[in-house]
Design a protein around this ligand. Structure first.
Ligand SMILES: C[S@@+](CC[C@H](N)C(=O)[O-])C[C@H]1O[C@@H](n2cnc3c(N)ncnc32)[C@H](O)[C@@H]1O
Length: 310
């Protein structure tokens, strides 16, 4: 019956995928490592299999890639992956000193001044990276782009907590990635650069775990409708939100909401349900969103406007 199965794709191992509601920071064991931007997960799964003594997390912004990796991960107990933006979320996902190694292979070099905040060299990202690594832990970046590799080497090498340790050209690597094979076939050089964390370093976290707002007013369908297409931004102008359509089930409402924190975008539902003498406003349980400043601001804004309008 093998020929029948050969056309059937492996089913994704959904247990390997973490959701925002599983809570932050993510738990870590003795030898916990992270791969950022794992693509189709080929390296990720082979690496987790080849090194059963480590626990590996993977963060990937593309949902399709997360599902592809989950398909390969059958039977793996030392791998968990999460679908989010590592640029914004790295410091939120882990506590200080959580990881012994962070691996990033063939990241987009994001050329140009307008993209500087998206590069590994952006202060927000390199500070987060320095915080979540253990002292003595290592950040390894592999790239086909020499200019980018040299820029990362220079900028991260000047970080107060990091030491630029090794710059290798075409190192022998036992497990390769899809992009690596593509560049090697084209005769390109591969650059591998390694940094070690030298001393304690911390950064401020921006997300929180729980938020409920209670209002002592009766909320009607009309009140909820008045929020449609209302948008707002906070004082820092880094957090934006916009309310969309709503759904009603008896006295309970779900309000579609979009937020952006420094270009980290999330879409979710705000749940507005009767509680005691009034209404309770919170993130709906079906929403896979992190409680970032923009999400908290959207919840506060919805509560304030519903109080005024009711
Ligand atoms: C050029 S591909 C390399 C994939 C894989 N590492 C390889 O070598 O085959 C870059 C990957 O990084 C992911 N990525 C880009 N920005 C990201 C971010 N901010 N957070 C997490 N993943 C990101 C992309 O979706 C893509 O899968």
């Amino acid at each position: 019956m093998d020929f029948l199965n050969s056309n059937v794709q492996a089913r994704p191992q959904y247990g390997v995928i973490l959701k925002p509601e599983s809570g932050l920071p993510l738990p870590v064991k003795n030898h916990t490592q992270l791969e950022i931007g794992f693509g189709n997960g080929e390296f990720t799964v082979q690496y987790a299999k080849a090194t059963p003594e480590i626990f590996l997390y993977g963060v990937e912004i593309s949902q399709a890639c997360v599902l592809r990796c989950a398909r390969r991960a059958e039977g793996l107990k030392n791998l968990k992956i999460i679908n989010t933006d590592a640029r914004y979320m790295l410091r939120e996902l882990f506590e200080d000193e959580a990881l012994e190694k962070i691996i990033m292979q063939f990241p987009c070099p994001w050329p140009g001044n307008g993209n500087a905040h998206r590069r590994v060299t952006a202060k927000d990202f390199s500070d987060g990276l320095a915080a979540v690594l253990k002292v003595g832990g290592v950040f390894e970046m592999v790239s086909d782009d020499e200019d980018y590799s040299r820029e990362v080497w220079r900028v991260l090498g000047n970080h107060e907590a990091l030491n630029a340790e090794e710059f290798l050209i075409n190192p022998a690597r036992s497990i390769t990635t899809k992009y690596e094979r593509k560049w090697l076939e084209q005769g390109k050089n591969i650059f591998s650069i390694t940094f070690r964390k030298l001393k304690n370093f911390t950064v401020q976290r921006r997300t929180s775990q729980e938020m409920h707002i209670k209002i002592r007013k009766k909320i009607t369908q009309e009140n909820i409708n008045s929020l449609k297409n209302i948008s707002g931004k906070d004082e820092s102008k880094k957090a934006f939100w916009k309310f969309g359509k709503n759904f009603t089930d008896s006295e309970k409402f779900l309000l579609e909401t979009l937020t952006s924190d420094d270009e980290f975008e999330q879409k979710f539902y705000i749940n507005i349900s009767p509680r005691d003498e009034g209404f309770l406003i919170r993130l709906d349980k079906t929403s896979s969103a992190f409680l970032t400043p923009a999400v908290r601001a959207a919840l506060n804004d919805a509560a304030e406007k519903l109080c005024k309008n009711s």
